[in-house]
Design a protein around this ligand. Structure first.
Ligand code: ZN
Length: 275
């Protein structure tokens, strides 16, 4: 797999400009830009600046993060979501960024939704978004989020949905903490059931040893510093032949307080052994 950087990792301290320079310096091959940081960048730069950067750099754009809360939208939520999604598609096409990460809806009421309701809404929404993205040649990477506040939690559930969608431009994000937060990876063998061509993105992160329900995104750790069996995941992805980005994605407040250069350097060192 290729070393990738997800901008969530330094998002409170860094900028697109700085992340690009530091990822280049520390040998990352891919970067996952955040849409909010991209908007901030474009308030100071033109899109041609970004195109020129990628033209002359070994670092390449991989996936934008993220379009969130895609399920059960009312009209105004859907309008807002599709406006951001269109912005993402336009920039993605301009700079040759292949994927946009899309995330199921979070809410305390999500546990009241039935499996069938979530399934049919997800299939419907992913088809809508993929139709919109098609002219831009952008693919959708759907990311199950393990905690019970999210409506699509397990890899099996997400796989069932993208299998029903059945289009080459809709696949999955595997994120190690999200797989772990579902049931501590008791279902790790589900990874074997995912067709290789449906794995679009791999987010790597480790986490503290906490009970499910307490464990959250703020407890993410550098790969190798926590309790997730990352080597087993790597092994399964190798067996499958996945050669895309292994993007380190940390939402840890402590890391946000540190110098982005220190975090980006350490993340590269610690992630390399899981490629
Ligand atoms: Zn992720």
């Amino acid at each position: 797999m290729k070393l990738g950087f997800n901008e969530a990792t330094c998002m409170k301290r860094s900028t697109v400009e700085q992340d690009l320079a530091l990822c280049e310096k520390y040998g990352y091959e891919y970067i996952e830009l955040r849409l909010d940081m991209l908007k901030d960048y474009l308030s100071r730069h033109k899109i041609s600046d970004l195109q020129n950067f990628f033209k002359s750099s070994a670092l390449k754009p991989y996936a934008f993060n993220s379009i969130e809360d895609i399920n059960f939208c009312n009209t105004s939520q859907w309008e807002k979501l599709t406006e951001l999604f269109r912005f993402g598609c336009e920039v993605a096409q301009a700079i040759g960024n292949p994927y946009i990460v899309v995330v199921p809806t979070m809410g305390d009421d999500m546990s009241c939704r039935t499996h069938d309701e979530i399934f049919s809404d997800s299939v419907n929404v992913l088809n809508h978004l993929a139709d919109m993205a098609k002219p831009y040649e952008v693919k959708l990477a759907f990311e199950p989020i393990g905690d019970k506040r999210w409506c699509v939690r397990s890899l099996a559930q997400a796989l069932e949905i993208v299998t029903a969608v059945n289009r080459h431009d809709v696949g999955l994000v595997l994120d190690s903490i999200n797989l772990y937060m579902y049931n501590k990876l008791e279902d790790i063998d589900t990874i074997d059931l995912v067709p290789a061509e449906k794995i679009f993105v791999y987010h790597i992160d480790d986490c503290e040893d906490l009970e499910l329900g307490v464990l959250d995104h703020c407890h993410r750790l550098y790969p190798g510093d926590g309790v997730i069996p990352l080597l087993s995941i790597t092994e399964k992805l190798h067996k499958k032949g996945y050669e895309g980005s292994c993007s380190v994605e940390l939402f840890r407040p402590e890391y946000w307080k540190e110098e982005p250069e220190d975090v980006i350097k350490t993340a590269a060192q610690k992630t390399r052994k899981f490629l």
